[in-house]
Design a protein around this ligand. Structure first.
Ligand SMILES: *Cc1c(COP(=O)(O)O)cnc(C)c1O
Ligand code: SF4
Length: 394
């Protein structure tokens, strides 16, 4: 099936059986029911209609004094912006709703620990030219915008995301492309931001086209949360652009099964039918997904969407997000609960992005119980022990 044959949610029944569709409830329009479908499905309308104040929030949740005060205290520091689509996923009355925790300001954001940093991953230090972080020899992060449909309260790049004064100008993008093209050791470009899908299809076509003309570039990845916060963004014009510049890998950012609606399944299916592959990066967030059962459901649903779980990130030491951080043990327990207990395909790598710019370091439960000259003793997912004899040294 060509992606353009998927025009309404009903078309998904041509691809998936009913019992799979039922795992992805239709989000619909909720309190925005007076919008006509054409408007609702327009990503530019969703962008323009983002909720940015208390009046907007009151459409989707019951305001309390606490919410009002927290909003007034925090909004200046890191703007609130939530697409109507994503806002409608919020629980009207439950302050612990995972969607609310990710989108609505809380006074805890004002707490700054001694160990918090503006730029914990030293992304600015490892910038040979503005807008490119070059840390690993063969791959770079390439920032092309600072805008996102929803500003996640846990964003690790709060220092620049949502700040219009730091938006990458066209000139900066060209400087980045020049850098990439004049460094033949770079074979992998991760287009990031902000959210690169904030740019229009024509700009993306230009950037992807320029990258594809560079003979040493093999892998192009697009890191985007639009699939989660604005699935309407995945329009046919964008998919035509994707198809022009294959191979492309899309990296999404789902954090909770509640974000996985029929609408997101629709967008992911269209991407799958365009031929791009998809992976997911989750941030381990206290109160949102720091629970093995939640993570397992998330990873299972990702596979149903043809998205491979790729990373679980330990939450970074960025300023104002310490209330989201968990002990390392929480992440280890999650991996322990997955490995062996479910499809290997559903098990992501749990990593800490090393503070100071050391790169991603994998953290794993310990499976080696004892190591001797001639053998190692291992334990499996059920904690039974097995001995592996090493080859004789010659
Ligand atoms: C995460 C990251 C990459 C990509 O790392 P992979 O492990 O290849 O996904 C590249 N550069 C920087 C600076 C990064 O933070
Ligand atoms: S989409 Fe990504 S870059 Fe944008 S606010 Fe969320 S975490 Fe930050």
């Amino acid at each position: 099936m060509h992606f353009s044959e998927l025009t309404t949610l009903d078309d998904l029944a041509k691809i998936y059986p009913q019992h799979i569709l039922e795992r992805f409830p239709i989000a619909g329009k909720g309190p925005f029911n007076d919008m006509d479908d054409q408007q609702w499905n327009s990503w530019t309308w969703q962008q323009k209609a983002r909720l940015t104040n208390l009046e907007g929030l009151a459409k989707v949740i019951d305001l309390t004094d606490e919410i009002t005060n927290d909003f007034n205290d925090c909004d200046q520091l890191f703007n609130m912006a939530i697409t109507p689509y994503y806002a409608n996923l919020m629980d009207r009355s439950d302050p612990n709703c995972p969607i609310r925790l990710q989108g609505i300001p809380k006074k805890e954001e004002l707490t700054v620990l001694d160990t918090d940093m503006e730029d914990p991953l030293a992304e600015e230090r490892d910038m040979p030219v503005p807008g490119v972080t070059h840390r690993y020899p063969d791959r770079v992060l390439f920032y092309i915008t600072h805008n996102c449909p929803v500003y996640c309260r846990h964003c690790t790049r709060k220092r620049k995301v949502a700040d219009p004064t730091t938006t990458a100008a066209s000139k900066q993008i060209d400087v980045g492309l020049e850098y990439i093209s004049s460094n033949p050791q770079i074979r992998d470009v991760i287009i990031s931001g902000g959210d690169p899908l904030s740019l229009n299809n024509k700009r993306l076509d230009y950037i992807l086209g320029r990258l594809r003309q560079i003979p040493h570039i093999e892998v192009i990845r697009l890191g985007t949360r639009n699939l989660v916060t604005l699935p309407q963004r995945i329009d046919d014009e964008f998919l035509t652009v994707l198809q022009k510049h294959q191979p492309i890998h899309i990296n999404t950012h789902f954090n909770h099964p509640k974000e996985m609606t029929r609408e997101t399944l629709f967008a992911a299916s269209k991407i799958a039918h365009s031929g791009a592959t998809m992976g997911n990066q989750t941030v381990l967030l206290k109160g949102v997904n720091d629970d093995p059962a939640v993570m397992k459901e998330l990873c299972h649903k990702l596979l149903l969407m043809r998205i491979r779980p790729y990373y679980i990130f330990q939450c970074d030491q960025s300023k104002g997000i310490s209330h989201f951080r968990t002990p390392i043990q929480t992440g280890i327990k999650i991996i322990e609960s997955l490995r062996g207990h479910t499809s290997g395909l559903a098990v992501p790598h749990y990593v800490i992005d090393a503070p100071g710019g050391g790169g991603k370091i994998p953290i794993s439960p310990e499976y080696i119980v004892d190591e001797q000259e001639d053998k190692v003793v291992l334990r499996n997912f059920q904690r039974e022990q097995y001995t592996y004899y090493l080859p004789k040294k010659d």
